[in-house]
Write a protein that binds this ligand. Structure first.
Ligand code: FAD
Length: 251
């Protein structure tokens, strides 16, 4: 298949650590996707000649196909996240996608209660799902949770409210220990336990963000009775299992 290109048409620095970018297809054709999906951007080669291809979840609603937005965290030493803020409007990038078979599956979510859970930068795919056509009539039976380390990290609550204006179901936001803190996973599992409480076991779940947390949350959901086939998961970082101790609900 031939190469596909996107043109940068808008960018906004929204905090010390994040920028929102808007792209359209360079050939002017529509960019069709399903909320929660992501694109892979090709940001050129590094000093060793290795290509810098990175995935970014689409933040904007899938009801708008003329352009779309992503939000990228500046990671200091990160390769792609250092190149993106320097891009000029009109710059063109090769891309592939949209990707994300799980959210793209028209049979998901099945009827019943859904849980959408994000940590850190995973809020982008949570927002994409909340704004999606497929969740528009499902919001009353969906609970959304965002775990982040500090209020000012990545997106502030105010920025998120702007992005999700018109959506009745605003995420429950909880602050959790930093990424390197050994108590991070247990903190999330405790909060999750209190949120789910005695309510129905989620029929559907989508988890995005820190892979170390998501793997444990997925195990707990399966233990509670959610079918594994109805749990989608996208690890944005900590994609490989690391050897830190496993926490659990302890029930
Ligand atoms: C499906 C998918 C969707 C994604 N969507 C987004 C998105 O919407 N917004 C976004 O900013 N990123 C997103 N990412 C992460 C993104 O692909 C890059 O990994 C990230 O931008 C770092 O790339 P880099 O080249 O700047 O850093 P690199 O040079 O690759 O290295 C940076 C290091 O930081 C780690 N890292 C990556 N992300 C984080 C983070 N959030 N917090 C702490 N450490 C991190 C990496 O694991 C790596 O060890 C997504 C990843 C996946 C797999």
């Amino acid at each position: 298949m031939g190469q596909k290109f996107l043109k940068l048409i808008d960018k906004e620095n929204i905090s010390l650590s994040s920028d929102i970018y808007r792209f359209e297809r360079s050939d002017g054709s529509a960019f069709e996707f399903v909320g929660g999906q992501y694109v892979i951007l090709n940001l050129g080669n590094d000093a060793d000649g290795k290509s810098i291809k990175r995935a970014y979840s689409i933040l904007s609603s899938d009801s708008k196909a003329d352009s779309f937005q992503i939000c990228v965290k500046r990671l200091g030493t990160g390769k792609a996240s250092s190149i993106l803020p320097k891009l000029e409007l009109g710059a063109e990038l090769e891309y592939s996608g949209p990707w994300g078979k799980f959210v793209g599956d028209p049979t998901w979510p099945t009827p019943g209660f859904s849980l959408i859970l994000a940590t850190d930068t995973g809020i982008t795919s949570l927002a994409g799902l909340l704004l999606s056509k497929k969740f528009s009539d499902r919001l009353d039976s969906t609970i959304t949770v965002w775990f982040k380390t500090k209020e000012e990290d990545f997106l502030s609550e105010k920025d998120l409210r702007n992005l999700l204006s018109g959506i009745s179901n605003f995420p429950n936001i909880f602050q959790i220990p930093s990424i390197s803190d050994p108590d991070r996973i247990s903190a999330v599992l405790e909060i999750l336990k209190s949120i789910l409480g005695d309510c129905t076991v989620p029929e559907n779940a989508f988890l995005s963000g820190d892979g170390n947390i998501l793997r444990e949350v997925r195990s707990e959901l399966i233990r509670l009775g959610t079918l594994e086939s109805r749990i989608g998961m996208e690890a944005f970082f900590n994609t490989q299992r690391n050897p830190s101790p496993v926490a659990s609900f302890g029930v």
